[in-house]
Design a binder for this molecule. Sequence first.
Ligand code: FCB
Length: 453
Amino acid sequence: MTTPNPEVHGPLSRSDFGDEFQWGCSTSAFQIEGGASEGGRVPSIWDTFCETPGKIRDASNGKVACDHFHRWPDDMALAQSLGLNAYRFSISWPRIFSARGAAPNEEGLAFYSDMIDGMLARGLVPWVTLYHWDLPQYLQDQGGWTNRDTVAAFVEYADVVTKRLGDRVKNWITHNEPWCTAIHGNLDGMHAPGIKSVPTALQVCHNVLLSHGLAVPVIRANVPGARVGIALSLHPVEPASDSVADRDAVVRHDAFRNRWFLDALYGRGYPSVPMTMLGKDAPHIAPGDMEAIAVRTDFLGVNYYFPEVVKHDAEGGFLETTVVLPEGRQRTDFGWEVAPAGLTALLARIAREYDAGDLYVTENGSCYDDHPDAAGNVADSARRDYLVRHLHAVRAAREQGAPVKGYFAWSLLDNFEWSEGYLRRFGIAYVDFETQRRTLKSSGQWYKGFLRG
Ligand code: FCB
């Protein structure tokens, strides 16, 4: 397939991004680890969700996933062979604490400690996410993120993990995509724990941000030279038409999709418009919460996949907006629009409007259902094209002055894509889930060639 590449200007080389640039891949614990009942791990909300009929499209689960729990040395060797100098992964909270108030699980800590040694030995700078959606089930049983004790539990978990690993790990991401934790988990119910309630979702959202704010100083105190941030899922928002109603819808949608998080994190509080529309469903905010959330951080992680096109819709939830999918736009096999210019615009906007420090693209990638051909090659030309165009977009943002210091492709491996199970492949390496064999796809070969110059 050939695709017009309006954004691709001139050749692209690693040196365009400077020597310090972090080149990585991103993964998350539940999506790749497996080993679900090994090493003292207890169930997370995702284990429970997977066991609930009808929640996962292929009725699968994370019990084995990519078997990374056993195969991580090979996976780190693969990352090294690509020429990466960084690797982003998440820690599974239920591997570290088996119950509220329990002592930390030494086996769980040792697993990550060994893996970090393995990364460092292979020239990979570890970037750790503390929370990538796998809340221990015992915490959900006491109300999950709506309960402020979960906030306290998160801070204790962050404390234990950073004390143990902070001698070697300097880059800490508190949360991955709080919007998804809150909204997919508690409003549309697509993700664990599968709740559908506006006030619950908004309280979860607030408490997750609060837990970020309270954890940051603890991490800093434990880790000499720590660099701490959060990773947000951000989306440029466009109107479905030129009508005033649709343009107003953009303002409301953007205010929750993007500004709710950015404004709060960078000291402006929650935007007033969703707040007033929420009325009695607005989150309960205790004195001091907003100051805590606005704690100074060192960087912002930007997870970018696609822009959203919205229209006014009086029935469209508390924002009164609906996302529409205009015809004629290039899309991945997941239906997500391919729009590299959106990444440039997003990074430039953050740099212009917020004092966020360094920016890292902590996730960016595409879903295409390519499989090995007769010769065993996975010719994923559309994913390769997506990667090339988005790297051009990052370079363009840097040229516009955005302080983008790293890029992490989602993902190293095909993996468990949440409610879609194993039906959606995002890896630059193909995983045969029967044999656990990994095969670098054309996109991965391209990335390797690019990184190795
Ligand atoms: C992001 C998630 C990540 C993965 C990609 C495709 O929203 O952070 O775990 O599922 O989408």
